[in-house]
Design a protein around this ligand. Structure first.
Ligand code: BG6
Length: 499
């Protein structure tokens, strides 16, 4: 099936942090794909900005290396790549320093940047830098007079380290850009399968009627990774899994599963409903912590038959760390729809398998009509596989074929998206970058959402640090600490074995 491509308007994008990992690994490949598919117009300009003293040719050479490393060779058409590289240019400047500079002092870098931008075009400032630079960079953009009516700014997660720092960043950026111009990325929202949650829930009459505590027993959200630190130790060790994954990606998934149908699909109506879910999360008290949360850290182990070192060794081994690389939580959404339905969340690095999935476990039938035949009736389960092997699988009880007694067995109604659509799944960044150009903020986080998520997460962080106990070790290549299994089994439930 061919994808329908609607080209976006000609735009100027300025990427701060242009020589960093995110730009090279994600943003440039995403722009290349959109260019190759005819969505990014040839006249569009992408100006890379960083401190390294590079010229246009030097930046294009780095970009070409990045594309060779991150786009499969069969998809990298040299002629298309050459045309794409011509859209790129580079300006060397210390983005955050301007605010301290003498205003009378001419600033070569900012002048060069200004000269490359067309005031009549959509202008996207992408801040692929550390979050503590967001405020200073925005002030410098304003001081250089670059905030045009069609300007927007894109902020990478994490927005802050806690509620206070998130507010500080939001205030600083908000003094320069209006909220409607601020695009806070949570790349999970750009994944096709995550967007599909909206279609599944609201374009199908059958689910919505069953989507409540009368019919649903519990929900599981698992985001398991096999990777470790990937060279991001300095950031990760300060963050940990709760800040890195739960505060944003897992809570956003929970919102999409738990939210009420929005009255329209426009950005604010969808985000209003997600916000209500975040605000309905039962705050965790210190007393809850032992029963409702588990934090772990990977020890040495093996993944796919390959030995992998412990977290401390991945960090360089110089010191012990108490940062968690695994979290499991039991959350509760206090609403009529979800009263008494637990949401079990877990995420971790160096787990057995890479899998992100949501399991909606329905209640068992209320009456045992098949009392003593060859199988117990298993309650229906909907598994939404976000990655890899994207798809949806609903388990239903069926009669086992053949003569004799009426024996039952679970069978799956199974949709594999690859088989159904046979398309390459675009990377989340492709969609999100084009949405910033189109001016569609639906898949981005609004300020109040980010702050509501921190409000829920912060007491957990505070209580963990007050207890000052070490995270529980788990072997790399396992499914996390045994305490995470106990967390759900205490309730007579079990983690879905696919995850
Ligand atoms: C990022 C986290 O936001 O998401 C990383 O900072 C994590 O630690 C990544 O590895 C996972 O994203 P994906 O798209 O590979 O599931």
């Amino acid at each position: 099936m061919a994808a329908r491509i609607i080209p976006v308007a000609v735009f100027d994008a300025v990427v701060f942090g242009a020589t960093g990992d995110l730009t090279l690994r994600k943003l440039l490949p995403a722009l290349y794909w959109r260019f190759r598919d005819g969505q990014m117009p040839e006249g569009a300009r992408v100006v890379g900005v960083a401190r390294s003293p590079l010229d246009d040719a030097g930046f294009r050479a780095r970009a070409a290396d990045a594309l060779r490393a991150h786009v499969p060779a069969a998809e990298l058409d040299p002629a298309v790549m050459d045309r794409f590289l011509l859209c790129l240019s580079y300006v060397a400047l210390d983005a955050a320093r301007r605010e301290n500079a003498d205003a009378a002092q001419p600033d070569g870098g900012w002048q060069a940047l200004t000269a490359r931008l067309d005031p009549a075009r959509v202008r996207v400032f992408y801040l692929a830098t550390a979050p503590d630079l967001y405020g200073p960079i925005c002030r410098a953009i304003a001081a250089a007079g670059l905030v045009s009516p069609l300007a927007r700014v894109v902020l990478e997660k994490p927005i802050g380290h806690d509620l206070a720092s998130a507010r500080e960043i939001n205030d600083a950026v908000g003094r320069v850009f209006a909220e409607a111009q601020i695009y806070r990325i949570d790349h999970y929202l750009g994944k096709e399968t995550v967007q599909n949650l909206l279609a599944l829930r609201f374009a199908n009459g059958i689910f919505e009627r069953l989507w409540n505590a009368d019919v649903i027993d519990h929900v599981q959200i698992t985001v398991a990774e096999t990777v470790g630190l990937e060279g991001r130790g300095a950031y990760y060790d300060r963050a940990g899994a709760l800040r890195d994954m739960v505060q944003n990606h897992l809570l956003q998934l929970l919102c999409l599963i738990a939210m009420e149908p929005p009255v329209a699909l426009d950005a604010d109506r969808v985000r209003d409903e997600k916000l209500k879910v975040l605000r309905a999360l039962r705050p965790m008290t210190e007393a809850d912590l032992a029963a409702l949360t588990v934090r772990g850290q990977y020890a040495a182990g093996a993944i796919d038959g390959r030995a992998v070192p412990a977290y401390a060794a991945d960090l360089g081994g110089a010191r012990a760390s108490r940062t968690e690389t695994f979290v499991a939580l039991k959350a509760e959404v206090r609403s009529w729809r979800w009263a008494g339905v637990p949401f079990y969340l877990r995420t971790g690095k160096r787990l057995e398998r890479k899998v992100s999935e949501i399991v909606v476990q329905f209640r068992a039938p209320p009456f045992a009509l098949f009392p003593d035949v060859g199988a117990t009736v298993e309650a229906n389960r909907l598994v939404i596989r976000l990655q890899p092997e994207e798809g949806i699988r609903l388990s239903v009880m069926t009669k086992e074929p053949g003569p004799g007694g009426l024996r039952l067995c679970p069978t799956a109604l199974d949709i594999s998206f690859e088989q159904a659509f046979g398309l390459r799944y675009p990377d989340a960044y492709e969609r999100l970058l084009m949405d910033t150009v189109r001016g569609n903020p639906t898949l981005f986080m609004r300020r109040d959402e980010v702050e509501a998520a921190w409000t829920w997460v912060e007491p957990i962080l505070d209580a963990w640090s007050a207890r000052d106990d070490a995270p529980r070790p788990y072997a790399a290549g396992s499914w996390g600490p045994t305490a995470a299994i106990a967390l759900i089994e205490r309730d007579g439930r079990t983690w879905h074995e696919g995850g």
